[in-house]
Design a protein around this ligand. Sequence first.
Ligand code: OOB
Length: 542
Amino acid sequence: MMPTCPAWPKAFADLYRETGCWRGETFGAMLRERASAHGDRPAVVAGDIRLTYAELDVRADRLAAGLHALGIRTGDRVVLQLPNSAAFVEVCFALFRLGALPVFALPTHRSSEIGYFCEFAEAVAYIVPDVHDGFDYRSLARQVRDRNPAALRHIIVAGDPGEFTALAGLYADPVDLPEPGSADVAFMQLSGGSTGLPKLIPRTHDDYIYSLRASADVCRLDDSTVYMAALPAAHNFPLSSPGILGTLYAGGKIVLASSPSPDVAFPLIAREGVTMTALVPPLALIWLEAAAGRRCDLSSLRVLQVGGAKFSPEAARRVRSVLGCTLQQVYGMAEGLVNYTRLDDPEDVIVHTQGRPMSPYDEIRIVDEEDREVEAGGTGQLLTRGPYTIRGYYNAAEHNAKAFTSDGFYRTGDLVRLTPEGNLVVEGRAKDQINRGGEKVAAEEVENHLLAHPAVHDAAVVAMPDDFLGERTCAFIIPRGAAPSAGELRAFLRERGLAGYKLPDRVEITDAFPQTPVGKVSKKALRETITAKLRPLSGIEA
Ligand code: OOB
């Protein structure tokens, strides 16, 4: 059964087709076409594995046949939690060909998140590695299975399967499968979120392939592009901006790095002749540091994209001189809209702005709290609508009514301003979220888990400034009885299966929360309290 996902109104769908944004392509057909046009060209490099387009095409067909034999059908949801590997790419294309929908979990998600995705998406299968980065995903799979999600029938493991189904055993003789339609949902991304539970983002073949084409165009990809995925492949940035899928769209080669650390990534750049890669700001800082301090051949690298969180102009300015390549700032969101600085923009624009929308059909509005347009150059909340921005989350009617305007603009929750030349600068955030170096933490989700602790009477989670990550998480706690320690609370949240990046970095015990005039907890005041406390000379008069 196909899930219920709000679609574009007919007038907009017609417009996006007439203007050639949506061309009726599907991912399955895209790979088939590339394989027949240049089957011998390299498509995927991961560890010791090298696949040409023809090989990837055949392996996707064979895996689709095996998944079909298991009973996985068009419209079924499959929670996918694979690290950067050839298996990730093969499973994606096998599911695309089947018309089954990957739900893209991150490797750092644990039983709280995965259990929820399986239940909410009514997933029929969950696909994991055996062990990755020292963590045994089969034990996580057992925990998820023991929660008995109603629809979950298969746990599939890349590597040693234990008691589960081996991915490697599923490759079978290709069978004829019905082609999904280009307007169908192809997969679901996860929202960074600001509410108690993460939302699922339905993306169609039409809208996502358009975003690949537009991204590949802006980033000037062609079949000589060698893109390295250093960030987790399932995230929208390395997946499609232009990332793995955009590079395959352009006929280039993708290199999947098992880790973004310079020790792994730098030798891969030299060995594979990587021309482009993408990082979040804290990793870019690590790369700048590492490249300045060692001899390494990064000469093939032409573009370093940085996005997911605000990149400081000081660091941005160093990219060209230290790494010898062009910086491209990327301000995007899994819901759709992606902004890029252009490769030939003046250095000042590249260093100081987060770029401009990639499509002429992206509509943006910058508004105040009453949804009135702010004056030119003023800061306000960004609203957006366009050919690759969703009109609603999966099965979330109530939330959609708040997250979208009545005329279909997505409320990004970001505070931005537009420069006179038309570039966006991200100035802050109106949503209740912490951006921990590109990883998004929904305050309410963490608060709900903290409230389950017997010694917590009330909890309020806010961002605190951090030189390295940009922001970290601070939990203000009103205790019930003896105050719990930070270590105790973190262990408690970990025990509840919350991903590590969501655990509070700091806990502040208090006996009351400051209030807004309407009696809500003032997160602004709490942010100010912790910011003042962290400032080394706070309270000392100059
Ligand atoms: C990307 O996607 P998400 O869905 O993980 O997060 C989106 C949010 C934005 O609404 C904004 O708050 C923040 O992340 N953000 C940035 C930023 N890029 C994203 N804030 C400041 N400066 C930037 N450059 O993060 C994402 C998706 C596709 C491409 C790139 C990033």
